[in-house]
Design a binder for this molecule. Structure first.
Ligand code: FES
Length: 165
């Protein structure tokens, strides 16, 4: 009788441990599978500033909230775009770049004096128009669709692309 009780106890402990370990392993997998249900809409145009904020010939950094992260992404959803004012008006007025390098995603810096974007991670270099000047980036900076609405510049929200898309 005592032997059976011990066996029963050990089997319950084994089941409890199995459920516990299964939970530890399974919850992140479940979170990964359910994550798309909690993602925000990504096709909105959002205002990033007044047209007058972007002087002709200059490239300026604007802050934006990345629409692709999860509802609980918090501060990690804050990102930025580089806005280049090419012309005074017309369809080629702006170029709007994702801040992330197309190599491994580090934020690139605009060097106004040299008129290039520099990536601090592996030395990627881009010309002012976003094309690759040197280093490991496999393609130009990703551009965002933009629109002028009244006196403000609006940019289409988009999830962060990766270099293999
Ligand atoms: S992440 Fe920019 S060069 Fe590697």
């Amino acid at each position: 009788m005592n032997e059976i009780s011990r066996r029963r106890f050990l089997s319950r402990v084994t089941i409890a441990l199995s459920v516990f370990i299964g939970g530890i392993v399974g919850l992140p997998i479940l979170g990964y599978l359910l994550a798309p249900l909690f993602r925000a809409q990504t096709d909105d145009l959002v205002a990033v500033g007044a047209i007058a904020d972007f002087p002709l010939g200059e490239t300026k950094l604007v802050s934006i909230r990345d629409p692709s992260p999860l509802a609980w992404a918090g501060q990690t959803a804050d990102t930025a775009l580089w806005v280049r004012r090419r012309e005074a008006a017309g369809p080629a007025m702006f170029q709007v770049f994702n801040v992330n390098c197309t190599h491994l995603g580090c934020p690139v810096n605009w060097q106004a004096s040299a008129k290039i974007f520099l990536c601090p991670c592996h030395g990627g270099v881009y010309y002012a128009d976003g094309t690759v000047a040197g280093g490991p980036p496999p393609r130009p900076l990703f551009e965002r669709e933009w629109q002028v609405a009244g006196d403000s510049l609006r940019v289409r929200q988009a999830p962060l692309p990766t270099s293999h898309k």
